[in-house]
Design a protein around this ligand. Structure first.
Ligand SMILES: Cc1cc2nc3c(=O)[nH]c(=O)nc-3n(C[C@H](O)[C@H](O)[C@H](O)COP(=O)(O)O)c2cc1C
Length: 251
């Protein structure tokens, strides 16, 4: 039940106390991370723990100068990593065939599952977390800051620390909106209206629409936050990173 409470009480924390995290707690959190399921138990991921202020400052610049990167004592970068596994295979006269897109995707899934275990474990100790989507936007800079070798790609980042704010729980679509029993039940227009009605009626939504000068909430996503132009540009740079890191040999 405690695990469930931790999960249900999750809120992203964007303001942190300067208080450090006890290394024993950090170790337990990291160990909880490694208990995540991974493909074939290959554990094709790595976690880079950054506490050094100078390196954090470099990461902060790469992560669009989001302040929590400097404020939170811990920055954990989760990487899809076939480097270690390939080195092991090669030393054992086993020929690795993991320089392709599927292997990148496999390793990314592993890394993300580990990250979410780490997030929940951290929250169970009263710590706050924030994921950073800027990891994929700025993967090339992060690779150079953290000196990631070939066959390693950063896929997400968590900042972790003691919260100095307790934000309200954010809204969610109703569970029925995202769950399909037995087979996919496609959405009629009326159902779309119904599913998004609560979110659209929130005072916070109305405030956002005023600030962003759009007609509705959906347009804030398409015109302001996640535009086609940005998505195409970041897709191109991320595909280049995946290629440079040796994961696009699909022949
Ligand atoms: C993959 C991923 C990337 C995210 N990137 C950012 C980010 O760069 N900056 C930020 O402030 N929040 C980021 N978030 C947090 C989301 O905005 C947040 O989870 C969402 O608004 C729901 O709020 P909640 O986590 O408090 O329930 C990210 C979340 C995920 C899962």
């Amino acid at each position: 039940m405690e695990a469930l409470q931790t999960i249900i009480n999750h809120r992203t924390i964007r303001k942190y106390q300067p208080k450090k995290v006890d290394p024993k707690i950090l170790n337990l959190i990291l160990e909880a991370g490694t208990r995540a399921s991974t493909t074939g138990n290959m554990q094709v991921y790595s976690i880079i723990v950054t506490t050094d202020e100078k390196i954090k400052e470099e990461l902060w610049a790469a992560h669009f100068k989001q302040n929590m990167v400097k404020e939170a004592p811990l920055v954990l970068t989760f990487c899809a990593d076939f480097n270690r596994f390939n080195l092991w295979c090669e030393r054992r006269d086993a020929k690795p065939g993991y320089d392709n897109f599927l292997s990148f995707y496999t390793a990314s899934i592993d890394a993300l599952l580990v990250a979410q275990n780490v997030a929940i474990a951290a929250e169970s100790f009263g710590l706050g977390i924030c994921y950073l989507g800027t990891t994929t936007y700025m993967a090339d800079s992060i690779i150079s800051i953290l000196e990631l070798p070939k066959n390693v790609v950063p896929v997400t980042t968590l900042v972790i620390g003691y919260p100095s704010e307790i934000p309200d729980l954010t809204d969610r679509l109703p569970v029925e909106a995202v769950v399909h029993f037995e087979k996919y039940n496609n959405y009629s227009s009326d159902l779309i209206d119904e599913i998004y009605a609560e979110k659209e009626a929130l005072t916070s939504t109305k405030e956002l629409i005023t600030i962003n000068k759009t007609e509705n909430l959906a347009q804030i996503f398409t015109e302001k936050r996640y535009t086609k132009k940005d998505n195409v540009n970041f897709s191109k740079s991320f595909l280049e990173v995946i290629k440079n890191q040796n994961f696009m040999n699909n022949e």
